[in-house]
Design a protein around this ligand. Structure first.
Ligand code: NAP
Length: 291
């Protein structure tokens, strides 16, 4: 990009704040808004303008990036921003919204004449902070504005189709997330079982190390459990429960039965009821014990 862009970031939680910082680092003018102002205020130190309302944030923006909790939250916030949006503005929708959510958001974009990109991301807090996300994108792939945004927040963009309204990127995201969630519950249960059987977890790690049973997630999520640091959330447990429900709904619509996702939802629900909802999803571990 020769010209810096003006990009409005709506939602500065774990992921949105990191993405806003990387857009600013890439030389773009960034305006951010968050429902709870205290999470957006620190971004001012990174040269990011903090807006008081969604409409104020998107005024004169070339592109808006939504990174909120779920589809209904995005719908609500973009409806508030709508009076200040010009037709032709690019809307990069990165919230994990599920298939019904993505369809509703694409319809909202069409209503306001926005160029819509279904653009969920793979990667969690650390890759988001490092600008190393993988962006899954559906929409016009030659769009220079969208590509400038993706280049600033990600290491790689995987284009899945030419029309954001088809939600092909969201479909791939749900498939990938189902794998992430199975791995997370898997290591949670392995470490709970090891504890119950009096097995040193290191013995398990030594067995799988470097072989076909090894997985980065077994180490990353396992470390949070073993260090007692599940309160350091990269991917919040309640957010992971929301994503599990989106996967189950999409599977049902596609005529597919997912027993592991159902069981995973129950583990997250139980851990959340125990008070672990704001912790990392690795806290699925606690669902194996009565607390
Ligand atoms: P987060 O830290 O919990 O942030 C959620 C954001 O949504 C906050 O800015 C929150 O505002 C806002 N929000 C929630 N409900 C709202 C509402 N009704 N109206 C306005 N704003 C609302 O979550 P995150 O981890 O950044 O995740 C954001 C999205 O990315 C989710 O869809 C998640 O599934 C997806 N995702 C997450 C990861 C990850 O590893 N963390 C990876 C890939 C994708 P407040 O601050 O006011 O609560």
């Amino acid at each position: 990009m020769s010209e810096p862009l003006h990009i409005a970031v709506l939602g500065t939680g774990i992921m949105g704040a990191a993405m806003a910082r990387n857009l600013a680092r890439a030389g773009h003018r960034v305006t951010a808004w968050n429902r709870s102002g205290d999470k957006a205020a620190p971004l001012a130190a990174d040269g990011i303008a903090v807006a008081g309302t969604p409409a104020e944030a998107v005024a004169d923006a070339d592109a808006i990036l939504t990174m909120l909790y779920d589809g209904p939250a995005v719908q609500e916030v973009v409806a508030q921003a709508a009076p200040a949006l010009r037709p032709g503005v690019r809307w990069i929708q990165s919230t994990t919204a599920g298939l019904d959510g993505a369809a509703a958001l694409a319809a909202l974009a069409a209503e306001h004449g926005l160029v819509y990109f279904d653009a969920p991301v793979l990667g969690t807090r650390a890759p988001a902070e490092a600008g190393q996300l993988t962006v899954l994108a559906a929409g016009p792939a030659d769009d220079p504005v969208a590509n400038a945004v993706f280049d600033a927040v990600g290491a790689k963009t995987v284009w899945t189709g030419p029309d954001g309204a088809d939600a092909s990127a969201s479909r791939l995201k749900l498939v990938a997330n189902s794998w992430v969630l199975v791995l997370t519950h898997g290591i949670g249960e392995v470490l709970a079982l090891a504890k119950g059987l009096g097995v040193d977890p290191q013995g398990f790690y030594d067995l799988i190390q470097g072989g076909p049973l090894d997985a980065g997630y077994a180490h990353a999520k396992g470390a949070l459990i073993l260090d007692g640091s599940t309160d350091q959330a990269s991917f919040g447990l309640d957010t992971a429960l929301k994503d599990t429900r989106l996967i189950i709904a999409a599977a049902e619509a596609g005529g597919v039965r997912l027993d592991l996702a159902e069981a995973g939802a129950e583990r997250f629900r139980r851990a959340s009821a125990q008070g672990h909802g704001d912790e990392d999803m690795a806290a699925t571990y606690f669902a194996s014990f009565d607390e």
